[in-house]
Design a protein around this ligand. Structure first.
Ligand code: URA
Length: 226
């Protein structure tokens, strides 16, 4: 979904051409492509090597990530790391990023607490040029969409994690529009739930939610093993 997003939100003009990951990361620090930069502490760009074989795409940085400047360093990251290990994906082979690079939140309790807000399609669409550039540079064998926001960014707004999780899908070309786009990238995409869904599940449902996450990541691991 590149190009000007709804209401003129668009990171595209901030994305340098022919840049490596380091240069992209530097440029992303100054992104003003949508209003989320105003309240967030900083841009949280992806981490990992350009040689990564698998790219894990989350939703957006959370409170901890916003403070520390790295993706998945908070509680959801703990669940993800454990699930990756159980599924047999080496974190050293993974590049970890988010569909949206700034933390969207609202303040509660007279400003003391920052409560996560799900990014909307306009922010997802606006931020897509950063994700597209990361994917173009890395050209991974497998992309894992962690949750609905990542799925919508990569496959289009009608993506439904409940219907499309845990099976190998074709990864659209990074610059494609996702939905209805005929051009395909070389890699595969596997969708799963967001690790925070495991944390949100009540005690009775948590083990099953976690097992589902590990099982879906296992599909990605098998694709990587060829
Ligand atoms: N949730 C995400 O989707 N990404 C992060 O980086 C942290 C929590």
């Amino acid at each position: 979904m590149p190009g000007p997003g709804p209401e003129g939100y668009d990171a595209g003009p901030f994305v340098p051409e022919k840049a490596d990951l380091r240069r992209l990361r530097e440029a992303a620090a100054g992104c003003r492509g949508c209003p989320l930069y105003r309240d967030a502490t900083q841009t949280v760009f992806g981490t990992g090597e350009a040689s990564a074989r698998v790219v894990l795409v989350g939703e957006q940085p959370g409170d901890q990530e916003d403070r520390q400047g790295e993706p998945f360093v908070g509680p959801a990251g703990g669940v993800l790391k454990r699930a990756l290990a159980e599924a047999g994906i080496d974190p050293a082979e993974a590049y970890v990023t988010n569909a949206v690079k700034h933390f969207k939140f609202e303040r509660q309790e007279r400003g003391k607490r920052r409560i996560h807000k799900t990014p909307g399609l306009r922010e997802i669409s606006a931020c897509k040029p950063w994700l597209a550039s990361e994917l173009r540079l890395i050209d991974p064998e497998v992309v894992v969409a962690l949750g609905a926001t990542a799925g919508k960014s990569l496959l289009g707004p009608s993506f439904r994690v409940t219907q499309q999780r845990g099976v190998p899908l074709l990864l659209p070309a990074p610059d494609g529009t996702g939905e209805g786009d005929e051009s395909e990238g070389a890699g595969a995409l596997v969708a799963t739930i967001h690790p925070s869904a495991v944390l949100r599940a009540d005690a009775a449902a948590r083990a099953e939610a976690y097992a589902g996450l590990v099982s879906d990541l296992g599909v990605a691991a098998r694709l990587l093993r060829g």
